[in-house]
Design a protein. Sequence first.
Length: 681
Amino acid sequence: MTPAELSELITETARTTLDAHGLDSSVVPESATVERPRNPEHGDYATNIAMQVAKKAGTNPREFGTWLAESLGAHEGIDEATVAGPGFINIRLAAAAQGKIVEDILTAGADFGHGDELAGSAINLEFVSANPTGPIHLGGTRWAAVGDSLGRVLTARGAKVTREYYFNDHGAQIDRFARSLVAAAKGEPTPEDGYGGDYIQDIASQIAEANPDWQQLGADEAQELFRSQGVELMFAHIKRTLAEFGTEFDVYFHENSLFESGAVKAAIQKIKDNGNLYEADGAWWLRSTNFGDDKDRVVIKSDGNAAYIAGDIAYVADKFDRGHNLCIYMLGADHHGYIARLRAAAAAMGYDPQQVEVLIGQLVNLVKDGKAVRMSKRAGTVITLDDLVEAIGVAISTITDAVLDEVMLWQNRQLDEFYPVIFLDALRVKIRDGHRVVNKACYMAVGIDMDGIKHILGLWIADNEGAAFWASVCADLANRGVSDVFIVCCDGLKGLPEAVEATWPNSMVQTCIVHLIRAANRWVSYQDRKPVSSALREIYTAANEDTARASLDAFEASELGQKYPQSVKVWRDAWERFVPFLQFPPAARKVLYTTNSIESLNAELRKATRNRGQFPNDTAALKTLWLMICNIEDKRAAQRAKQAKRAVECNGYVEGAKANGWKQAINQLAVAYPDRFAEYL
């Protein structure tokens, strides 16, 4: 029995079990989440479906879990099914069921995993698509492996897949590449905005040898020579490298061909004619906000040159015109804004934006001898796909570290579609970097689900806390199933609200009240902190924005406000992101302020990491933090079980306590915001 087959069995059994007890079975999701328990002694798999649907069906998770475990245990493929904790179900497969997987694979041979669900689908799968200004680095390598695998899976399920590589061979980066080649050929330093590295010198030498009279050319002619031949040489190198890695493409598409063929001009004229392009401030703008983008985009700049999106508009049209009914783009973390942008481009041209799917990958962090290796194509310090293949070969060994394996399973697990509240925060951990110890940021997300249970959604480690990395965190959560969040509670980091709203445009970004209080008190002497905090309390407990503003004005005019103007400034600067808090009903405010889920967890983690001191590398820190969280949450689960006078078993989930006052809070929010909660109740 495969995990997919087990998920299907659990889903069907859950429906029949609810029907047998006269309860609503329509609340059961299309597929049940199935994961490996952290401790193998607890079984082969675990599911939280009882906790997901019990209350919606009109029962409690433990009772439904008991019914479901009993029904599952009667299946011939399951040796044992038991209820753990508040309603988790641990499952041990029968030996025959496990052997059946091997038998099925051997029987089916090369046909195993094939089907016809996607028959009739024509999918354009674009991946890697690195600029032809240098070799493929490890960021592109990740997409080469993932994209090639995804293409094989889609093909196996019946789809006609076109694997496509898009060469960005038009624009300023190619001009910089050409100038760098000319400088290298002349023996001059790399231009300030150019590309360095041995590969530039190698390509420049090849072009110079093939064209011995190149120095007789004018400056423009020489640059065009090095541009055209340099791109072709780089293009050939990229194709050869990918082939050696085992990744083949059906189409290599050149961006420049869209301009040379007139496709860009035709696309611009089409959206002018259909009214989706308008002129303002000397430029031409796409009405992308009409199609879900966060702002309108410049297509033709005021100097008359086409912006980058002009090629994107023509390119997406070309894909659909070639007969594809699904266009998948696999892009890096710095392309998060392209999700709405590409869909808007498709819609403006008259195509279905839902047939554009954008997958966002995370950044690749490299560590050598415990020290971060920074990559820069322009500086010539890239770690390339060629380097990887040379170092470890194509058949990369599997991870054997049991703890890291469990961390990765947990970190990549599927999440709920909707969370009423997600808290975002980062704590600092000490990690060795060569001969010194540095403070790094451990990014953390905690979500409160519809039942009020707090879940740690993931951990991510980076050199510093910044909005760009938070954007990749949000992308990761979205790729793992989180399609909507009502409130995202975070600190006042510049750019963070925009990163959140780019992922979940319907979410309400709320500055964390505790962060505001702490930031304001940073400027206050110890003896004055209590009266200052009391004055600030009048602001965030106000009935509405006018009352809150009056309280802030009163604090500013007071002796304390005059003494600590920076504390006043903290609230004034954050006002726009603070005031949404005042719209919430009283019970919801209490959950957001007093729960402060992530802060309480961070406090325990800080205490544990202080005792630990420092970590040898990022991986060691991640594993240790995960084990700390498991320990903290297992203790909380045991305490709740003791209070409820019931037995508890450890399970494969990191699960927190229930938010205090949640039932009242969710009821008030559902009444106040019916359009946001109706489909999830």
